[in-house]
Design a protein around this ligand. Structure first.
Ligand code: HBI
Ligand code: FE
Length: 290
């Protein structure tokens, strides 16, 4: 496919055009997947990955959830960017998921369709050295390190597939933006209460150098029990740490709460106003730490 001027529905409310080469000499398919352009990685790119991995892996204990820590070694090599096919050999066996390369952010519907088919889109390019600490758009480090270990957890993996199926329906009902907020507050920025305390399972937290401490330990942000309507009403910021996180008790809870048809929820949401990022409703109280 040749998408000269792609207009993906970008993460959150960003109006920048997405980065990444969506033409690639005709290598990008209609579903936005493409071969991982492994030959284009420079030594500096591999070094960026190695340093990001090392720094992030060092701060996981006590902050990342058990499922994430257990599966991280399944990514394989840590001193260079892994080949997606090598990860797929293990991932297919574990949960039947596979990762597929994409040139960057893709539109909502093809994104949902890939998830519904247990194919997780992974951006193949890596950030520039000057973006080492922070990048707004997902790159290969965010997508691989942040997302892929959780896809080795069978219940979480089923949740993401179910999310994709729900996304296709939401898209056709005009509710894609509302449902995207559920993705944001779970898959990207979710917290889980484990017996030992609060831990992160969201990829945006787990791949961020500063947000891991902020999300799990700082007294600053609000932490609320996950509620479908509350999350789907909640706006979010894409260029700062989150000011509100939603907490689950188990991945079974996440899977079970997304079993019902969401169509009645979308109807209800039409008469419930959006909530600004970080705002609390009357009567809401933040959960304690720990
Ligand atoms: N594309 N590559 C990529 N990665 C995403 O996480 C992504 C996307 N397109 C759309 C999208 N996310 C959103 O609509 C989700 O937040 C639901
Ligand atoms: Fe992400």
């Amino acid at each position: 496919m040749n998408t000269g001027s792609p207009t993906p529905a970008v993460y959150g409310e960003s109006e920048r055009p997405p980065r990444g080469d969506y033409a690639r000499g005709g290598q990008v398919q209609a579903d936005y997947t493409c071969p991982q352009d492994y030959a284009s990685y420079t030594d500096a790119d591999h070094d960026t990955y190695r340093r990001l991995y090392e720094r992030q892996a060092a701060q996981l204990p006590g902050l990342a959830c058990d499922a994430f820590i257990a599966a991280l070694p399944s990514l394989g090599v840590k001193d260079r960017i892994p080949r997606f096919e090598d990860i797929n050999a293990r991932l297919r066996q574990a949960t039947g998921w596979e990762i597929v390369a994409v040139p960057g952010l893709i539109p909502e519907l093809p994104f949902f369709q890939l998830l519904a088919n247990r194919r997780f889109p992974v951006t193949d390019w890596i950030r520039r050295p000057e973006e080492f600490d922070y990048i707004v758009e997902p790159d290969v480090f965010h997508d691989l390190f942040g997302h892929v270990p959780m896809l080795f957890d069978p219940t979480f993996a089923d949740y993401v597939q179910r999310y994709g199926e729900g996304g296709i329906k939401a898209h056709h009902l005009g509710a894609g933006e509302k449902l995207a907020r559920l993705y944001w507050y779970t898959v990207e920025f979710g917290l889980i209460r484990q017996p030992q305390g609060l831990r992160a399972y969201g990829a945006g937290i787990l791949s961020s150098v500063g947000e891991l401490q902020h999300a799990v330990r700082s007294p600053q942000p609000h932490r609320l029990p996950l509620d479908l309507v509350r999350t789907m009403r909640s706006r979010y910021k894409i260029d700062s740490y989150q000011s509100t996180y939603f907490v689950i008790d188990s991945f079974d809870q996440l899977f079970d709460m997304t079993a019902p048809d969401f169509a009645p929820l979308y109807e209800r949401l039409k008469s419930e106003p959006d909530i600004e990022a970080g705002a609390l409703l009357p009567g809401e109280r933040s959960l304690g730490l720990g």
